[in-house]
Design a protein. Structure first.
Length: 254
């Protein structure tokens, strides 16, 4: 007997940014697995059950959810943002690959969501208007040396860079080190956007130049977008400034 497992992206936290497809998937599922703050966003019926776990228990959570689906249940694994961006969709796939053969027969679907860098970018203009990449600064699953290598390569190639998981109590130094790496390649006038809790009541969106970027202004709810040398700031008097990256690129450094 095989059930169904749906990995659902709830967006960055604003109920208006949850897609209709995600809402339908929530209405259809019976068991919900996820990090507690994400599960707390859901308004579930009496016949629906939450199973919360810690933020670092992604693989164990996936195994439990798949085992429940294999019993014939309609199961949801919940992510903030988009489940395919540093989130639960990859963990579920890892669990299926390493797990028992019957898990491969489960009906699996992934429901996309608005990821943090898109929410932050929309609040400030169009900083992702040309080529960009996303890099997580967490070294829980990869060495810091690899993170630095990717930062330098992305900056050298002219990508706009979105930084996820920029800082935490266990990793208080890494964002400052990332800025040091980028300052060695990018102009000090490169725009840097600190986007905290985009779309939520405690939202804070701030623009700095790379030369002035201060890692202490970020926390784990912050997504940071670092422009390319061609990213521009449009000042508009009393209105908030717009930051955008032109759709064309010359490869020149300002």
């Amino acid at each position: 007997m095989s059930g169904r497992l749906t990995v659902i992206g709830l967006g960055p936290g604003n109920a208006d940014q949850v897609t209709p497809q995600a809402s339908r998937a929530v209405a259809e599922a019976t068991f919900f697995y996820g990090y507690r703050p994400y599960l707390d966003r859901l308004e579930l019926r009496d016949d629906q059950t939450r199973i919360a776990s810690d933020n670092r228990e992604e693989l164990a959570r996936s195994n439990e959810a798949l085992a429940k689906a294999a019993e014939g249940h309609n199961v949801a694994v919940v992510s903030g943002g988009d489940p395919g961006v540093f989130a639960m969709a990859a963990a579920v796939c890892e669990a299926i690959e390493a797990g028992p053969a019957e898990w491969r027969a489960i009906d699996i679907s992934v429901i996309p969501g608005v990821t943090a860098m898109l929410a932050v970018a929309a609040r400030i203009g169009a900083p992702l208007g040309h080529d960009f990449c996303a890099i997580s600064l967490s070294d829980n699953l990869k060495p810091w040396e690899l993170i630095e290598l990717r930062l330098l390569a992305a900056a050298g190639a002219g990508f706009v860079i979105a930084l996820y998981n920029p800082i935490s109590k266990a990793r208080p130094w890494q964002l400052a080190r990332a800025f040091e790496c980028l300052k060695a390649i990018l102009p000090g006038t490169t725009p840097v956007i600190f986007g905290r809790a985009a779309g939520r009541p405690d939202e804070r969106i701030e623009i700095y130049l790379l030369a002035d970027a201060d890692a202490k202004k970020a926390d784990m709810a912050t997504c940071i977008i670092i422009g390319s040398p061609e990213t521009r700031i449009i000042k508009r008097g009393e209105r908030p400034a717009l930051v955008y990256t032109p759709r064309s690129a010359t490869g020149s450094k300002r």
